[in-house]
Design a protein around this ligand. Sequence first.
Ligand SMILES: Cc1cc2nc3c(=O)[nH]c(=O)nc-3n(C[C@H](O)[C@H](O)[C@H](O)COP(=O)(O)OP(=O)(O)OC[C@H]3O[C@@H](n4cnc5c(N)ncnc54)[C@H](O)[C@@H]3O)c2cc1C
Length: 525
Amino acid sequence: MVNRFDVIVIGSGFGGAIMGCRLAEKNHRVLILERGRRWPVEDYPRKAGDAWFYDPNLPVSCNGWIDLRIFGDMSVIQGAGVGGGSLIYANISVEAPPEIFKVGWPPEITYRELKPYYDLVARTMNVQEIPSNQVPRRFDLMKEAAEKIGHGDRFGPLPLAVTFDKNWSYDLEDPFNERHSKTFTNAQGQEQGTCVHLGMCDLGCPVKAKNTLDLNYLPLAEQHGAKIRPLHIVKTIEPDAGGYKVSFDRIKDGRLIPGSETAAKVVVAAGSLGSTELLLRCRDQYKVLPRLSPFLGRNWSSNGDFLTPAFYDDREINPSQGPTISSAIDFLDGSENGARFFIEDGGFPDLLEGYLEEVSKSAKGSRSKRFLLRRLAKHRARKPPFSNVMPWFAQGIDAADGRFFLGRKWYAPWKRTLKLDWDIGRSKQLIDGIVAMHKRLSEATGGDPWVPPTWTVLRNLVTPHPLGGCNMGVTPENGVVNHRGQVFGYDNLFVVDGAIIPEAIGRNPSRTIGALAERAAALIE
Ligand SMILES: Cc1cc2nc3c(=O)[nH]c(=O)nc-3n(C[C@H](O)[C@H](O)[C@H](O)COP(=O)(O)OP(=O)(O)OC[C@H]3O[C@@H](n4cnc5c(N)ncnc54)[C@H](O)[C@@H]3O)c2cc1C
C-alpha cells in the first residue's frame, strides 16, 4: 500500500505549524489536520452569540475560539483553530531561563543547543520589543513597583511577536483608531497591519498586528505544498503498512463524517492536553498503540500561573490598552524564599465595545436609545472600564507532578474521559510566593490587591500554559519521547509540542516549544 502523504501532522499550533512548515520545505508531502476552524478577522469573537467556545463533546455546534477544560482544582485554557494557541496568546515570545535545562531534561537539550532554534523562531515570527515611545501605563507601573521594592534591575521589556510602527504614539489624535495602523506585506507574503494598541491580543487583533502562525509558518508550509485541513478531529493513530493510519471525524454540513489518511510518519502536535489524550486513548481505549510508555500522562505542569488584580484609587492603568503583556520582573533565581517566578503585567480585552455595537444595532429606530448609547460610548472612550485595575500576572516553576489518565464519570461509566490527578501540595509554596510578591508590588505603588477566593478558599488554579503529559526522557521508564520527539517503541511516530516539555519553564513557553520543533524538524531527513 502506498502512503498518500509522507507526514501527517496533528494540530497546527507551535509544534504542528513549525514541523509542518520545515518538513514541507524539505519536500515531504505534508498534511496538517486541525480540529478547529480557520479564523478570518471578521469571524473573531466579539459579542454574545459569536463562536466563543470549543467544546470537545459538541464539536459540530461548538467549535469556537476558547477551549476551557475544568479538572476539579485545575482549569486549562487553550486555543482551537488553524494557528493553535498563537491565535489566542498574548504574543510573548521569550526564551526559557538557561538553568532550567539542567534538571529533568534529556542531556541533548541544553540552552546552548536550543539557542540557534530560538533565534530562528524569533526571525520567522518577527519578534521585537515594544518601542520605548509607546509603552502602556502597566509597563510604567511594573517598572515603578520593581524600583520601589528595591529590584529595579530585575525589570525589563519582553520580546513580542507583534509588529509595531515606531511612529505610532499615545499622543496621536484618536490614537486607537484603526486608520493609524500601517498595512504591509510580511516576509511570508501575508498582509498585516501595525499595532495601534487596541488591547485585543487574546481575542484576535483586528488590524493583524499579531504575528500569528497562520500569518508566517503556516502560509510558508502551504507555499511548499503542505495541505491544511481545518475542522478535522483526529481520533486514532494506528500502525499500517510500514507507516500509520490516522482516523478522524470531519465537521461538515452540521455533522461528523469519519475518514482516514495514511502516511509514513506522523507528528502528534495537538498540545499538552490534546496529544496526551489522543495517545492515552490510542493506548488504553482503542489499544492500537499498546507499546506506548507507562510514563504517558505523568509529570504534567501548569507552569505555576497566577493572577492577582489590584485596585488603584487615583491611578489610571487602562489594562485594555496596549499589547496584553509587555514587561516582566524576574525572580526565577529563587531569591524569594526559594520560590522561583516571573511577574508580568496582564491586560484584558475591552468587550464593552462589541456589546455597545450590538445593542446600538438593536436600538435602530429609537432616537433616545441611540443618544444614550452614543453618550455611553463617549464616556467609555474617555474612561475605559476597569481603568484603575492592574492585573498582576505571574508564572513559575511548579512541581510538575500532575497526572492525566482516562477515567470514568459515575453518571456515564461507559465513556472514558480525560481526568487530571493534581495536588497543590508541592506547588503551594510557589503560589504563596507569587501572591506575596503581587501584594508587595501593589502596596508599594498604592494599590489594593485582591487575592481571589478561588485561591484563598478553594485552592483552584487556572492555566493558559499547560506543559507535559508526553514528556521527553532518556528511556521509556522516564519519558514518552526522546530528545527529538520520537516516541519510544514506535519508529516514525513523533510528539512535538508543549506535551513533551518535561518540567515547568517559569516563563511563557511558546518560543521554547517552537525551538524544540525547529530542532526536531532539522533532525528529520
Ligand atoms: C489566553 C492565552 C494567552 C497565552 N499567552 C501566551 C504568551 O503570551 N506567550 C506564550 O509563550 N504562550 C502563551 N500562551 C500559551 C501558548 O498558547 C501555548 O503554550 C502554545 O500554543 C502551545 O503550543 P502547542 O503547539 O503545544 O499547542 P497549541 O498551540 O495549543 O496547538 C495544538 C493544536 O492542536 C489542535 N488539536 C487538539 N486536538 C486535536 C485533535 N484531536 N485533532 C486535530 N487537532 C487537534 C488544537 O486545536 C490546536 O490548534 C497563552 C495561552 C492562552 C490560552
